[in-house]
Structures are given as structure tokens and as C-alpha cells.
Design a protein around this ligand. Structure first.
Ligand SMILES: [Zn+2]
Length: 193
């Protein structure tokens, strides 16, 4: 098990393609049953994939909180099998196909507030596609995200990701075996909470 955006690459890809969403937050706790979550947000709303003890769940941002997509679909009369909850993977295509109606339901039920990202997951990083042949940005606000192993490596201290793709050496030599498998992560400006 690894980061959810890697384990669920196909589902994340679908959410990006169909709903124009981007990853705004991700966490992974290998020591705690491999629990993990990935949060995506886009112009139509926010979605969170959660793995708890090997099970996958999908939540939809409904105003100030997250609600299980099964609950939202049932409430909006869009669930394909009422009374038989789908798991997170099964829910992704259903949610993608129905998101216009889901959006309508959320606006009617929760108002404009429901378009915002729930407060408990303010994005920690902005992920940026960067052409590393033009140089490796460094500084406290920059980290490198390996898309192979999922590690997040600080740009300002010596280190290497688990799979060995990214190297950061003291003295400033930074590089990757496959730079196309690296994203630049920039710490989001601190929000006023
Ligand atoms: Zn790696």
C-alpha cells in the first residue's frame, strides 16, 4: 500500500479528467493500517478518497463538512442501488456521471457554502508541474513529490526518496532518474483561519 493517488491512479485520473479536479491535499500513515486520504478540488466541488483499514470510501464536500457519497446520492435520488452502499472505487464513475445533478442538489440543500472546500482539509501544498530541465527550485517552501513511490522530499536538506528516483545532496546537487515522475510541491500561503 502507498499513497492513495498512486494506489487509485485510475480513479484520481477520472476525477481530474471528468470533473477538472486537482489534488489539493494528501496524507498516508503506513504505521496505522496504511490509512490514507487524498483530497481533490475543482470548479464544481470537492471530493475526498479515504482508505481505512483497507477499505476505500468516497466523501463529497457538503459545505463545512464531508458526507459519504452513498448518503449524498441517496438523498439526491441518484443512487443506482439504494440500500446497497457502493465502495469508493465503484462510486467514482457514478459520482463523475452525476456530478451536475449532485451540484444542483448541494446548492439547493446547503447553499453557496457547499462549493467551498471543507475547513478540516485546507490544502497544505499546491502541486505544480515543473520542467526540471530548467532547474530545481529550492527553499523552505519547495518540496519534490515522487510519483513513483509517493514520497515528499524537502528541497533544502539532503535526502532521497524510497524508490531512489529523487536525490537531494548537501551542496545543492538535486536530480532525478526520471524527472517526468516528479512534481514540484509548493507550500500554500498560510490561510487566515
Ligand atoms: Zn521515489
Amino acid at each position: 500500500m502507498a499513497n492513495l493517488s498512486i494506489d487509485l491512479a485510475a480513479e484520481v485520473h477520472l476525477l481530474k479528467e471528468r470533473l477538472s479536479m486537482n489534488i489539493v491535499d494528501e496524507s498516508y500513515h503506513p504505521q496505522s493500517f496504511g490509512d490514507a486520504l487524498v483530497t481533490l478540488s475543482g470548479p464544481l466541488g470537492s471530493i475526498r478518497l479515504v482508505r481505512e483499514r483497507g477499505q476505500i470510501f468516497l466523501d463529497i464536500g457538503t459545505g463545512s463538512k464531508w458526507t459519504d457519497a452513498n448518503v449524498v446520492l441517496e438523498a439526491a435520488n441518484l443512487h443506482p442501488a439504494v440500500g446497497a452502499p457502493l465502495d469508493g472505487k465503484q462510486l467514482v464513475p457514478v459520482v463523475c456521471s452525476n456530478f451536475q445533478q449532485i451540484r444542483k442538489y448541494l446548492d439547493q440543500t446547503y447553499g453557496k457554502e457547499s462549493q467551498k472546500l471543507p475547513r478540516d482539509t485546507m490544502p497544505e501544498f499546491d502541486y505544480v508541474r515543473h520542467d526540471f530541465s530548467k532547474g530545481w527550485p529550492t527553499g523552505r517552501e519547495f518540496l519534490y513529490r515522487c510519483l513513483i513511490c509517493g514520497d515528499l522530499i524537502p528541497s533544502f536538506e539532503a535526502g532521497q526518496c524510497t524508490c531512489g528516483n529523487i536525490h537531494v545532496a548537501i551542496g545543492g546537487i538535486r536530480g532525478a532518474k526520471d524527472p517526468s515522475k516528479v512534481w514540484l510541491a509548493k507550500k500554500s500561503s498560510p490561510e487566515t483561519l
